[in-house]
Write a protein that binds this ligand. Structure first.
Ligand SMILES: Cc1cc2nc3c(=O)[nH]c(=O)nc-3n(C[C@H](O)[C@H](O)[C@H](O)COP(=O)(O)OP(=O)(O)OC[C@H]3O[C@@H](n4cnc5c(N)ncnc54)[C@H](O)[C@@H]3O)c2cc1C
Length: 403
């Protein structure tokens, strides 16, 4: 199951006003994901959550194919596209349709860590960005701490950099950091003299400790772990932007990060939707097909509408970002909340409509696979990361009730 499934939403959705050339990019990513990612998904997701489980070959293929360059300007070694944010959203949606693990690995590298580097000095960019965009170096973005997740205010962040000759000495612990077990570098939000700053830290040096990867509900091929810094030296030139601007830089990168989380949700929702349609056309009971039962017809009609709404919000937020708005709200928060929620809702429906098969990843009797069990598990994470959906609603509500 899961291969040669018709893309039903192609018949239900019209992407009005999408810039020329983006269809071609979408098709290229679709072919890569279908031909090279999809066949590896079962083995990737069933492997132990350890460093050897990181899909290094696919990561390097994304580098070779120029996918990490998509959100970046030509001056920074990027693809220099007219609509880089929308293009990145389309890449993420296509990857997530086949594997949300790979989509999230991509987002961490190209969108979030790469997005932070956009604020760096020309020298710092030159030192890291080309190697990140080619896939030679693996990057991570380290904001969350054991006691600072939703609240990353200066009062909560305890990782601190103190000035020393020629730079900083960094001490503290970060948590749930995507790619950390395999990363060469981390963009670290930390306190510097009472304010929050962003530092680029080489992880392959003394004083950096990376414990084993976390065991997670889903997205097993995307590794997360803590990163612990014990008096790690960071050169002065590794400060991104100005001291004290770290939170603004993180929020700047998180803007496209949240649009990408929305796109991840849309891709997962589309996959769960297509699996459900296919199953409903085949599965018979009480003398008819599931597809003839109005309860499920109406449920899928509702989900198709919600997925179209989430997709529109996602593309609209991306287009506003591409038009030069630094924080295109409320669409960014609406898209993140709506796209990730419809993924979780659609995946739960997909399990239900598949009955016992939906609860089973592989049938013991004949080894046949059903994909929706994994989609259900994978759909939960995006409701939590890149700012939980409660925080997204708070951002939307603030526009109603503040000022
Ligand atoms: C798979 C995955 C990957 C991740 N990758 C990264 C990464 O690469 N880098 C990184 O820095 N972090 C990463 N994170 C961390 C993620 O950003 C945090 O988990 C998230 O911000 C929530 O923080 P927390 O887990 O500490 O939960 P808490 O902040 O403790 O929140 C707990 C609950 O309280 C709710 N809540 C918080 N504030 C409010 C409020 N005002 N009103 C109502 N409810 C509220 C939250 O929505 C949540 O449901 C990742 C997390 C996951 C699950």
């Amino acid at each position: 199951m899961g291969s040669n499934v018709e893309r039903t939403l192609d018949r239900l959705y019209h992407g009005i006003g999408l810039a020329e050339g983006l269809d071609d990019l979408r098709n290229r990513v679709h072919r890569f994901a279908e031909d090279e990612v999809a066949p590896l998904v079962p083995s990737m997701e069933e492997r132990a959550l350890d460093v050897a489980g990181f899909p290094a070959d696919l990561f390097h293929r994304m580098g070779e194919l120029g996918l990490f360059r998509v959100p970046h300007a030509a001056a920074d070694g990027g693809a220099g596209l007219a609509n880089p944010s929308l293009a990145a959203a389309l890449v993420v949606e296509e990857l997530a349709y086949f594997s949300s693990s790979i989509a999230v690995v991509y987002v961490c590298q190209a969108v979030f860590s790469g997005g932070i580097l956009k604020y760096a000095s020309p020298e710092l960019k030159k030192a890291y960005l080309p190697a990140m965009l080619s896939g030679e170096k693996i990057a991570s973005g380290a904001i969350t701490e054991p006691d600072a997740g939703s609240d990353v205010s200066p009062e909560s962040i305890t990782t601190a950099a103190t000035p020393v000759r020629g730079g900083w000495s960094l001490t503290g612990r970060k948590r749930f950091i995507i790619n950390a077990p395999v990363a060469d570098l981390a963009c670290v939000l930390c306190a510097t003299e009472g304010a929050l700053s962003m530092l680029v830290v080489d992880l392959k040096q003394d004083g950096v400790e990376v414990p084993p990867p976390d065991r997670k509900l889903g997205m097993h091929a995307c590794l997360t772990s803590d990163i612990v810094f014990h008096d790690v030296f960071v050169p002065a030139g590794h400060l991104v932007g100005k001291p004290g601007k770290g939170l603004r830089i993180a929020l700047g990168a998180l803007t496209l990060g949240r649009i990408a989380a929305a796109a991840t949700g849309v891709g997962v929702a589309e996959a769960a939707f297509d699996e459900s349609v296919r199953w409903m056309k085949e599965r018979r009971m009480f003398g008819k097909k599931l597809a003839e039962m109005q309860h499920w017809q109406f449920r899928l009609a509702e989900r198709a509408t919600q997925i179209a709404m989430a997709r529109d919000l996602c593309y609209k937020a991306a287009l506003r970002l591409d038009a030069g708005e630094e924080f295109p709200e409320p669409e960014t928060s609406m898209a993140k909340y709506c796209g990730t929620q419809v993924a979780a809702d659609m995946a739960r429906d997909a399990v239900q409509v598949h009955g016992g098969y939906g609860f089973t990843s592989r049938l013991g009797a004949d080894g046949s696979r059903c994909r929706v069990e994994q989609l259900y598990r994978d759909a939960k994470g995006p409701e939590i990361y890149e700012g939980s959906n409660e925080i997204m609603k708070w951002v939307i509500a603030r526009r109603m009730f503040e000022g």
